[in-house]
Design a protein around this ligand. Structure first.
Ligand SMILES: [Cu+2]
Length: 284
């Protein structure tokens, strides 16, 4: 049993590696990648920089604490210091070890709050995208373009076309113009979901009965992937997010086509149930 387990691991790893390496789609993360995905929106750039900044502070603290521990171990062990001092208080030292951490926290709080407020909303939205979470797929509405609306549903492994990434492909990706300030309004039809795209640093709950707001401006045309990031039920792992960012002119052309394609919304619920049933089978 154990032997089988150990031969399975390299097989799975190799399989994962080749399936990603063969993909024609430019993925935002690479096999064996460490670190964050490259930031692709103004908010993501700020989050990325904040992470780097915090890491330097962390490294400094770790080095200081480790150094202090090493010094104590060497200087005050039983051999080097047979008669320990009975000192219990040192006012200056106590003030310092209280004040310094507070100062560090203040230094961290300033850029953190700045980033939070920056990500909160945009005053200059050029368009709005409404995102609705459903068990277990996403719906997208474009209120500025005749309320164009469609569902974005998971594509099961057996229906994938060449180059489509596994577990991240949907039937209708949400198409958005690049370099455009987009107001995002998130809500849910049933339970709490979370619309999360790492490379854009968007990660916000979609909560039934309320609308959460954030915004995004995508730096470059391309494909951006994310997943529902709030445990929302049995098919939680099968509601990926695929954003197709296109140049503005192409977006206008897509709108014309999409309005035709998604005009007959009456047929939609039936198709959805069918596809959902498929996703349900996959989940089991
Ligand atoms: Cu969900």
């Amino acid at each position: 049993m154990l032997k089988r387990f150990f031969t399975l691991i390299p097989a799975v790893v190799l399989g994962l590696y080749t399936s990603v390496a063969n993909a024609e789609v430019v993925m935002r993360s690479k096999p064996w990648q460490l670190w964050l995905q490259s930031p692709m929106s103004p908010t993501a750039e700020k989050v990325y920089d904040l992470n780097n900044f915090l890491l330097w502070i962390e490294i400094a603290i770790v080095i200081f604490v480790m150094g202090l521990m090493a010094y104590i171990l060497i200087r005050f062990n039983e051999k080097a210091n047979p008669e320990p001092s009975k000192t219990t208080h040192n006012t200056l030292l106590e003030v310092v070890w209280t004040a310094v951490p507070i100062l560090i926290l203040v230094v961290i709080a300033v850029p953190s709050l700045k980033t939070l407020y920056f990500a909160d909303h945009t005053e200059e939205a050029e368009m709005t995208l409404k995102v609705t979470g459903n068990q277990w797929y996403w719906s997208y509405t474009y209120p500025d373009y005749d309320d164009l609306e469609f569902d974005s549903i998971f594509v099961a492994d057996e229906d994938l076309e060449a180059g489509q990434p596994r577990m991240l492909t949907v039937d209708n990706p949400v198409v958005l113009p690049a370099n455009t300030n987009i107001r995002l309004l998130l809500n849910s039809n049933d339970v709490i979901h979370n619309w999360a795209i790492p490379s854009l640093a968007v990660k916000l709950d979609t909560t039934p009965g309320r609308t959460n707001e954030t915004w995004v401006s995508i730096n470059e045309p391309g494909d951006y992937y994310g997943m529902c990031s709030e445990l929302c039920g049995v098919n939680h792992g099968f509601m990926p997010i695929h954003i197709k960012a296109v140049p503005k002119e192409e977006f206008t052309k897509w709108l014309v086509k999409a309005k035709e394609e998604f005009a007959s919304n009456d047929a939609a619920p039936e198709t959805n149930t069918l596809r959902l049933a498929q996703a349900d089978v996959v989940a089991r």
